[in-house]
Design a protein around this ligand. Structure first.
Ligand code: GDP
Ligand code: MN
Length: 328
């Protein structure tokens, strides 16, 4: 066994299945993922990386949510990999589907002529609405203070050798992100009009030192900038707040989750820009990341030895909204 021969063993070598006792975790936090049974292999790859890069040292649990019951195969496939415990929850009732005031026929007609990505999908819209206004209400998340969203088939390029939950807690950070692309405007043509109405109706909810200039140039239109929510570390009290609830309820009434294809990423991002100060939001520029279609590689990471990506090729500064972040 090479690990028993001195010189082969890495200093911080820990067995992959090392159990970090619950009382050692510094923050009431968990990984949370909404997934389908068919995502098993994709989410297993993600878990493997999350464990190797971070969690085998920190020991946070996992929560998986699904609109249909998880199969035994899924549960076992996940449990075989996690170093801690995984719980599995069902998404039910109003959290998944149409609110009663949405016209389903109109929604269907709109889907049939939507030619943007996922435009024809009903379940994608249920997913976006759930991720916008319901995930944090799930009973399995009740005791959590922070959460870290993970998705199938992503890559964590770098070692994370500190606890991002603890970092956020100690530094009063509410929201953490690592990539900020530009939204397909065809999916959100009237979102800004609705946000504008919301701001007029609830001026008391708007943070005086907000960073609305991240998401609009002229306050008359949305520039499409959004934090990519497939990675998101957040204090759940933000979502549980009255402000956020009023915001989600208002947008839901507008119908854009169904008559357009509003994503949870622009919805979360606009909420942070309206309700938070910039210094409550943290850019995790050290958590190199890839989600199918694009990724970024931390600057100088080719010399750190802790990342497996090329910072020239996947330069964070290629992204317009990432650059904008530094200017606001
Ligand atoms: P994209 O990231 O916008 O391309 O969307 P994805 O297809 O990756 O979906 C986002 C997340 O929601 C992923 O974790 C999916 O597994 C999950 N998801 C998407 N649609 C459904 C669905 O209908 N049911 C369930 N349970 N999960 C879904
Ligand atoms: Mn995805």
């Amino acid at each position: 066994n090479p690990s028993e021969i001195s010189g082969f063993r890495a200093k911080d070598d820990a067995p992959a299945n090392m159990l970090v006792p619950k009382e050692k975790r510094k923050v009431k936090a968990a990984f949370v993922s909404l997934v389908r049974n068919s995502d098993l292999h994709g989410i297993r790859k993600t878990i493997r990386e999350v464990e190797d890069r971070f969690n085998r040292k920190f020991g946070y649990p996992y929560i998986f949510l699904n609109d249909v019951p998880f199969t035994d195969e899924f549960k076992q496939g996940v449990r075989d990999l996690v170093s801690t415990n995984a719980t599995f929850g069902l998404v039910e009732g109003e959290a998944w589907g149409y609110p009663e005031y949405v016209d389903k026929n109109k929604a269907k007609e709109i889907r049939e002529k939507s030619n943007y990505i996922n435009g024809g999908s009903e379940s994608y819209r249920f997913m976006c609405r759930f991720q916008s206004g319901y995930f944090y209400k799930h009973p399995l998340l009740k005791d959590l203070e922070y959460y870290w969203r993970i998705e199938p088939d992503v890559h964590y390029y770098c070692d994370v050798d500190y606890d991002p939950f603890l970092f956020m807690k100690e530094n009063n950070k509410v929201y953490g992100w690592n990539m900020a692309p530009t939204e397909y405007m065809a999916t959100v043509p009237t979102l800004w009009d609705s946000v504008d109405k919301f701001m007029k109706k609830y001026p008391q909810h708007i943070e005086p030192k907000n960073f609305i200039n991240f998401i609009t140039k002229d306050h008359k239109s949305y520039n499409g900038c959004h934090f990519w929510t497939n990675f998101e570390i957040a204090n759940l009290d933000f979502y549980r707040s009255q402000k956020y609830e009023d915001f989600f309820k208002f947008l839901d009434k507008e119908g854009g989750f169904f008559y357009e294809r509003w994503g949870d990423a622009p919805v979360h991002t606009i909420a942070t820009a309206l309700f938070l100060r910039k210094n409550q939001v943290h850019y995790f520029g050290d958590i190199g990341y890839y989600h199918p279609a694009m990724g970024f590689c931390p600057k100088n990471s080719n010399r750190s030895g802790k990342c497996v990506c090329d910072p020239e090729k996947e330069n964070e500064m290629h992204y317009e909204c990432r650059r904008r972040w530094d200017t606001i």
